[in-house]
Structures are given as structure tokens and as C-alpha cells.
Design a protein around this ligand. Structure first.
Ligand code: F6R
Length: 390
């Protein structure tokens, strides 16, 4: 019998498949105990568990946004790229979420539909009037590269964004407009580029009209980052307090409207930084299914932690729904927190909520005493896939 542990390579490959070593079985399955956790208020402990400085990288988000703006301003773009009926972003994981956030931020200010394609190839509908934007931090992501190859075959207008890799090299070779940026570290930590490059590019091509100004958004972002910086004690830090609440539980992050892609970001950051299970739920859709799914298994009723990401400008009908949902969850004593985004514009509110979630996910990693930076399983998966297709 093969289980997920074999598939993702948790165990020594010499182990007999499906057999967990007797002496460690209980330990492996047991949830982390509160006394095993570490404090979040000792900077030396934090930097020992986070040697790649993922916390510092979250703090660099404002700088990335400013740099993304400069990269787009300097790019040479053909006039024809403005004259399109749709935008298709090809990207995966940490490189894809930026465009999803932009779709939320832009809302009805987008002149044409924006679709994020997280798969191999291209959708059949992509035609000559579809602007394809391929975003890959490494420039080596096979799904994205296969879509780009197909876009070239179909002769579609194309822009690529990357730090280099094959995506960058091919763009240079065939003179595709190339938004090259410099960022060391993990793709998901370059969210300021993933979001900023797409936002600025669509603004420059006038496909996004009346874009939110960056300055006030960065001010709001700086405020949230400052209030939740590693040096701020747990007592005063919402991010640290949330990490403690979620510790030992599975977070389920709810979002509506512009907060839905942010909820998705929180979920993926819990996965990749804290190496933890997490889910996200779209509102109001969740009221038609997820609301019912909170009963079983009964013995796990304390195992979930609901985070509601709220936009102070959300429509009244969404606010009404949350009021009723909270009434119902309250009656069932479900663990939950409400997190309000901050800032004067959709861009600001999305950025502040993303930054807070990023910090919570890294603080959670620290509580689990897990280095947030490496994504060992993801890297192994990519390696094994590459080997099997050689
Ligand atoms: C790792 C991360 C991943 C990658 C994804 C695609 O930090 O965020 O989700 O973003 O595997 O790789 P890139 O971004 O290089 O195209």
C-alpha cells in the first residue's frame, strides 16, 4: 500500500512502503503540543528558526512594489499590446497569486477580462487578440513554459516577467517584451513583483483604467508591517496573536470580493511557510456548502480555526451574511477571528491583508519550529518530474 507520505517523499525510500516505523508512529501523528512551541518574542530564537530571513523578506514588500513600477516604466512594449480583447496570465503558485490579486483589486476597472491560467498549455479560446503575460520567478516552471511555447506557436501577443531561467533566455532570443526583475529568495516572497508588475503593466497599457495610486497603499502597508514587525511583542502584535490562535489547528480562511484572492494567498502561505494544512473558502459561495460541513468528524471540532478576512468597504449584503454566519458559528463555539483590511483603496487593503497573512504564516512556522524558507517537497516533486520526463 502506498500512502501520501511515500508520494511526497517524507520517509526514507528504503522503508517498506506503507509501514511507519513502530517507535515513531505515535510521535509523528500527534499534534504539536503547546509546551513544544517557542516564544515569538525572542529575536535570537526567531532568527535561529528563520535563517533565510523570510520575515525580513515580507518586510521588503514595499520596496519590491516600487521596483516593479520602475521595471514596467522602462519596458519597450508594442502599441498592438493595448489593442486586445482579453488578458491571460500564465503562472503557477507564488508567481500566479499576484495576478489573481490584481484581478480582485481592479474589479470593474479592467477594460477586458483577466484570466489566470494555472496549467499546462493554453485554453482553446486564447486567440490573436488575447494578451498573454507569462510570470515565473525562476523562469523554469514547466507548466508556464509549455503555455508560452504554445502562445508563440499561435502567434499571440506576449510579455514575460521573470528573474531569468529559460523563460528569460527565450524572451531575449526572440525579442519578446521582458520584465526582468532581481530578487533572491523564494518566488512567494517576491509577491511585490508578482502583483506590482501585472498591476503596472495593465495600467500602462490602459487595460486597467483609473488605477489606485501606489503611494498611499505603501503607507498603509508600512503601518501594518511596522505594527507586526518581529521586534513588536506578542501582546501588541495581531499577527503574532493570530499565529498563536492557529497553532495546532487547521486554518480555514474566508474571503469575499477583493478579499477572496487574499484568502487564497493566506492559505498558500500557511502551506509553504508553515508547512501546514490550510483551506480557503469563497464567500458567499461558502454559505451554500461549507457552512454545513462543520460538524463531522465530531472529535475534530476543535481542530479548525476560521479566519474571516473582511474589507471595510464590502457590500452591505456581504456584511449581512457575515453577521448571520458569525451568529451561527458563535452558537457552535467555532474558533474564529475577524481580520479587517486597512487602507484607502482596494490596492491598499489587499496589500495590507496580504502582508498580515504573510507574517502570520511565518510566525506560525516559528511556533512549529520549522524553517519557513525551503519548500523541500515542492523541490523534490519538480526534480522527480524533471527526471521522469528526461
Ligand atoms: C515557492 C513558490 C512556488 C512557486 C511555483 C512556481 O516559493 O511560491 O509556489 O512559485 O512552484 O515557480 P515559479 O514561481 O518559479 O514559476
Amino acid at each position: 500500500m502506498t500512502d501520501a507520505r511515500d508520494f511526497f517523499g517524507y520517509r526514507d525510500p528504503d522503508d517498506e512502503p506503507g509501514q511507519r516505523p513502530e517507535e515513531t508512529a505515535d510521535e509523528e501523528l500527534a499534534p504539536p503540543q503547546i509546551e513544544d512551541a517557542v516564544t515569538l518574542d525572542d529575536l535570537a530564537v526567531i532568527s535561529r528558526i528563520d535563517p533565510g530571513d523570510m520575515l525580513g523578506r515580507v518586510q521588503r514588500l514595499p520596496g519590491q512594489l516600487a521596483e516593479a513600477r520602475r521595471v514596467v516604466a522602462a519596458a519597450k512594449l508594442p502599441e498592438s499590446h493595448r489593442d486586445v480583447d482579453g488578458v491571460l496570465v500564465l503562472a503557477m503558485g507564488g508567481s500566479a497569486i499576484g495576478a489573481e490579486l490584481v484581478a480582485g483589486i481592479a474589479g470593474d476597472r479592467l477594460r477586458v477580462p483577466l484570466t489566470v491560467h494555472r496549467d499546462y498549455g493554453l485554453p482553446a479560446w486564447a486567440g490573436k487578440r488575447t494578451l498573454v503575460i507569462a510570470v515565473s520567478h525562476s523562469g523554469e516552471t514547466v507548466e508556464t513554459l509549455s503555455g508560452v511555447d504554445e502562445a508563440r506557436r499561435r502567434g499571440l501577443p506576449l510579455v514575460v516577467a521573470s528573474t531569468g531561467g529559460r523563460l528569460g533566455a527565450d524572451a531575449v532570443a526572440d525579442r519578446t517584451p521582458y520584465l526582468q526583475y532581481r530578487a533572491t529568495g523564494q518566488p512567494r516572497a517576491a509577491i511585490g513583483f508578482g502583483l506590482g508588475l501585472v498591476h503596472e503593466l495593465l495600467s500602462r497599457l490602459e487595460l486597467l483604467t483609473d488605477p489606485d495610486p501606489l503611494g498611499p497603499a505603501v503607507e498603509a502597508l508600512d503601518a501594518v508591517l511596522g505594527r507586526n514587525a518581529p521586534s513588536v511583542e506578542t501582546e501588541a502584535s495581531v499577527a503574532k496573536q493570530l499565529a498563536w490562535s492557529i497553532y495546532g489547528r487547521i486554518p480555514a480562511v474566508y474571503g469575499a470580493g477583493i478579499m477572496l484572492p487574499v484568502a487564497h494567498r493566506w492559505k498558500t502561505q500557511f502551506n509553504e511557510n508553515a508547512k501546514a494544512w490550510a483551506m480557503f473558502e469563497p464567500m458567499p459561495e461558502a454559505n451554500h456548502n461549507a457552512i454545513e460541513g462543520s460538524l463531522n468528524p465530531r472529535e475534530l471540532s476543535d481542530a479548525l480555526y476560521v479566519v474571516e478576512l473582511r474589507d471595510p468597504n464590502e457590500p452591505a449584503e456581504i456584511a449581512d451574511r457575515y453577521a448571520v454566519v458569525n451568529e451561527l458559528l458563535g452558537e457552535r463555539a467555532t474558533n474564529r477571528s475577524v481580520v479587517w483590511a486597512e487602507g484607502p483603496s482596494p490596492l491598499a487593503r489587499v496589500l495590507t491583508a496580504v502582508a498580515l497573512g504573510d507574517l502570520v504564516s511565518v510566525y506560525l512556522a516559528i511556533l512549529y519550529q520549522t524553517d519557513p524558507t525551503p519548500v523541500t517537497l515542492l523541490a523534490m516533486l519538480k526534480q522527480r518530474l524533471a527526471r521522469s520526463t528526461d
